[in-house]
Design a protein around this ligand. Structure first.
Ligand code: SF4
Ligand code: SF4
Ligand code: FES
Length: 538
């Protein structure tokens, strides 16, 4: 553990750490383009030059390993002059089209120019080398070759992370350009990541570009809802609308990456009409809007009548592994403790087996639900029913009479999703009394006795437990429309309606209750579920 001094700050570096790594870890910024913590070091841009005592020349901090007693200066006139020189070279042929560039506001060339550059260009616009603009690189990425600073981050991403090697430099000298052979589209499932790592406006997102200037966006930390990996994301939003998902670095889960399907998964919420009001079926067989309190009272009375007539185990609780731990915990509290049924399930399609099954060697898992491990830890697996198929069979042969069903459509879709949804619809049809908590309108909801609108991904707080058993906090980015409630709150109200003594007033309180009573979560405080998350016990 060498001790080094950077600008009068004494720090203890890790063995083998480079100067830039030690500096960034201790909150000191050194300008850089080509260095990226999750890519191999290349040392090509020369922006990270620093002065090291007893070294005659300035040295790149991204390639210089910390040594005991090293004294590093990052901000004296000599260093600043060198960085300004690098910037001046980079800007010789740059189009300086910031007013029409989608990267403006989060561009390292702009930022560093304001701190280190501030020079007047000696090069007239008509002397600049021009390159291609708005090059189509497939579904995710648009390329502007003139803005590239040739840092090679994108090349190293495709060479070392996906191993697909699509991008490379072509030409020589000031005619060097970045691109793919014959403009072939980037069609690997992780291509969107190069937009995040490109430090300038050379690679922009086809999905997000020109939708909103970045300084108008608000950001909320959360976790992707697209599969059991649980990649950490930043949700960018404005005025109640979601604009984009960006990765948040968590070296234990997703490093700095997201898959493309997860990145775009929030658009799935825009498909279809949202449910705004609780609906209860009247004696005429038609659903009509009611107040939440009336709907919950009707549910509690009907389920207790059903228990009286047929026994508690005639009542099914079918949860969804897209729900938070907090919602699943209160779902169980109500159905097990208040109603007394043991018929609790969450498996629509063998999620208990798929949860740790990899779809590739980078991030993706086969299970497209974000909280299957949470449902497993809460033991929502009926030995009797053994999943949706068993529940459907039991409803058809009359063993199950009533059901409380949580239905969320998956944010990342796969073949077979329609069949699963059709089985849920069939299940509702086969039950004498059914209650559905869901987000969007679907045709089959007309068969349910009660339909309740709940918040979707990004609209509520809580936690998910990923495939590793890592509990991670999700954030509320936007407010739901209409009367939709967070699922945990709907079950908290149902528990109160049913006469439960304990009141649950916030998602944080529910988490505390869960960690008191569920062995896997014992001793975990909500604070620990922030980056990098807390591991549940086996
Ligand atoms: S396109 Fe972006 S990431 Fe790729 S080399 Fe150019 S500046 Fe670097
Ligand atoms: S791998 Fe899974 S959790 Fe990660 S971004 Fe993709 S869908 Fe989301
Ligand atoms: S960041 Fe060190 S040379 Fe580019």
């Amino acid at each position: 553990m060498p001790k080094i001094t950077i600008d009068d700050l004494e720090i203890e570096a890790k063995d083998g750490q480079t100067v830039i790594q030690a500096a960034l870890e201790h909150g000191l910024d050194i300008p850089h383009y080509c260095y990226h913590p999750d890519l191999p070091i290349d040392g090509n841009c020369r922006m990270c030059l620093v002065e090291v005592e007893k070294m005659p020349k300035l040295t790149p901090s991204c390639t210089t390993v910390c040594g005991e007693g090293m004294k590093v200066t990052t901000n004296n006139e000599r260093v600043k002059m060198a960085v300004r020189g690098v910037l001046e070279f980079l800007l010789i042929n740059h189009p300086v089209d910031c007013p029409v560039c989608d990267q403006a506001g989060e561009c390292r060339l702009q930022d560093y120019y304001m701190v280190y550059g501030l020079h007047t260009s000696e090069i007239a616009m008509d002397m600049k080398v021009h390159k291609r603009k708005v090059v189509d690189l497939g579904e995710m990425v648009v390329l502007d070759q003139e803005r590239c600073v040739l840092c090679s981050r994108c090349i190293r991403f495709f060479d070392h992370v996906t191993g697909t090697g699509e991008m490379q430099f072509f030409g020589r000298g000031d005619h060097t350009v970045i691109g793919t052979i014959d403009d072939r589209p980037l069609d690997n499932p992780y291509s969107g990541n190069v937009v995040d790592i490109c430090p300038v406006g050379a690679l922009t997102s086809r999905d997000f570009r020109f939708k909103c200037r970045v300084w108008f966006l608000n950001s909320t930390d959360s976790v992707c809802g697209g599969c059991s990996t649980g990649c950490n994301v930043r949700v960018d939003h404005r005025d109640g609308n979601l604009f984009r998902l960006l990765p948040r670095r968590n070296i234990e889960v997703n490093k700095s990456w997201l898959c493309d399907e997860g990145r775009l998964s929030f658009h799935e919420l825009e498909n279809g009409e949202r449910l705004h009001r609780p609906m209860v079926k009247g004696e005429d067989g038609m659903q009509a809007p009611v107040k939440w309190s009336d709907a919950l009272r009707a549910i509690d009375v009907n389920l207790k009548d059903c228990r009286q007539a047929f026994g508690a185990n005639a009542i099914l609780g079918l949860a969804s592994a897209s729900a938070t731990n907090e919602a699943l915990f209160l779902f169980k509290e109500y159905l097990k403790e208040q109603i007394g049924t043991a018929q609790l399930e969450f498996r629509l399609d063998h999620e208990d087996q798929k949860v740790t099954e990899k779809e590739d060697d980078i991030l993706r898992h086969t299970d497209k639900r974000p909280n299957s491990m949470g449902a497993i830890k809460l033991d929502l697996m009926s030995r009797d029913l053994n999943g949706l198929d068993g529940a459907l069979a039991a409803a058809r042969d009359g063993r199950l009479k009533a059901g409380v069903i949580i239905w969320f459509k998956p944010l990342v879709r796969r073949d077979g999703d329609e069949q699963i949804e059709a089985k849920v619809a069939e299940l509702i049809n086969a039950l004498q009394y059914s209650v559905v908590f869901t987000t969007h309108k679907t045709t089959w909801l007309k068969d349910a006795n009660v339909v309740l609108p709940v918040t979707a991904w990004s609209e509520e707080e809580g936690t998910y437990t990923n495939y590793q058993g890592r509990v991670q906090k999700i954030g509320r980015a936007i407010r739901p429309k209409g009367d939709a409630l967070p699922l945990w709150e709907a079950f908290a109200m149902l528990l109160e309606t049913s006469g439960s003594k304990r009141l649950w007033l916030s998602a944080a309180e529910v988490f505390a209750g869960m960690s008191e009573t569920i062995p896997a979560y014992q001793g975990i405080a909500l604070e620990q579920t922030r980056l990098p998350g807390a591991l549940v016990t086996a």
